[in-house]
Design a protein. Structure first.
Length: 328
């Protein structure tokens, strides 16, 4: 099950837990890393002092490699400086131009990757010296970089950037999905929705229940939940906020039903407004089903909550079994 990605990053299994906004946390990232994969933290909106604290909390839970993801729609120089000071071994970037940061990350002894939505973007990233590329298909949950499905995207990206390792993202939640990604030429899988339903993910219990009850047809690709992060499409579970907006004729921002009203609150995140790009945190109170419920089309494969380490082992074992079946 080892691939060139494992050798590059010092991990045992080609399984990466996607950095899922506030749902990612030290307990989740450490559990995935301890099980042999690569745990990731999403710290794009975290104050620099808290970035240091979260990194140290994660390191207290694992001696294995883990990574940080930074979204370049926001200035990230201070956060990146803290990550490199703390010797985080893997830095990944999303949206924006990551290339000005590559030399700086390498100089600190860390590996750097970027998420792309096309082979053209991947070529630019590889030519700029990144260590790996995440090819994200539009099946993915959360914010999405492109509009190409995972299967054709991964094939195109692998062909475009070989021998740079490619991680397949979008629609992967089990061992068969990981095996398919490897057969396509990817060096690993970037998995979000399955880990969103793990015991360690920092989400509201009712959101977890909704994930377990959903099918592959229950997600929507939209730009609706734009308060706090405008202009970027994303995939979420269909909910009452989407239904009300569609029933009103899909009005533009500023004219949408219930715009600006509070749908809940959280001690950690404060008031949560309708259309806000906030994953319902564990301490949220209010109308959870009205909030942004990020999930990918693989949600139909997610049927139980389990510890993240068990999920890693289950996916790895399932991939080995799937590859053995194909080889017969």
């Amino acid at each position: 099950m080892r691939t060139d990605l494992c050798d590059l990053l010092g991990i045992d299994l080609p399984i990466v837990q996607a950095p899922m906004g506030s749902a990612s946390c030290p307990a989740l990232a450490a559990a995935v890393s301890n099980a042999g994969g690569l745990g990731m933290l999403a710290l794009s909106w975290t104050r620099p002092d808290d970035v240091r604290r979260v990194i140290r909390e994660t390191r207290a839970l694992t001696q294995r490699p883990f990574g940080i993801n930074l979204v370049l729609d926001w200035a990230q120089e201070e956060r990146l400086a803290v990550c490199l000071e703390e010797r985080v071994p893997v830095i990944s970037f999303f949206f924006g131009d990551a290339l000005p940061f590559v030399a700086r990350v390498h100089a600190a002894g860390a590996h750097v990757g970027v998420t792309v939505g096309s082979a053209g973007e991947a070529r630019v990233a590889a030519a700029g010296g990144v260590d790996f590329v995440v090819a994200q298909g539009w099946e993915a949950g959360g914010h999405v970089a492109g509009q190409v499905a995972t299967l054709p995207l991964v094939r195109a990206v692998v062909a475009a950037v070989a021998p740079t390792p490619v991680i397949a993202a979008g629609g992967i939640a089990d061992g068969a999905g990981l095996a398919a990604a490897l057969v396509l030429g990817a060096s690993g899988a970037w998995i979000g929705t399955r880990f969103m339903a793990s015991q360690e993910a920092a989400i509201h219990p009712h959101f977890r229940e909704l994930l377990l009850a959903s099918s592959e047809t229950d997600t929507v690709y939209t730009s609706l939940f734009d308060v706090g992060w405008p202009g970027r499409p994303h995939r979420v579970l269909r909910n009452k906020t989407i239904d009300a907006w569609e029933a009103a004729g899909r009005p533009r921002s500023g004219e949408r039903p219930g715009e600006g009203e509070s749908v809940g609150t959280s001690q950690s995140r404060g008031p949560i407004r309708r259309y806000q790009s906030t994953t319902p945190p564990a301490d949220a109170a209010g109308d959870i089903e009205a909030m942004s419920l990020y999930a990918g089309q693989s949600v139909g494969l997610v049927r139980e909550t389990r510890p993240a380490a068990d999920i890693v082992r289950e996916i790895a074992g399932g991939a080995e079994a799937a590859l053995a079946r194909v080889a017969r």
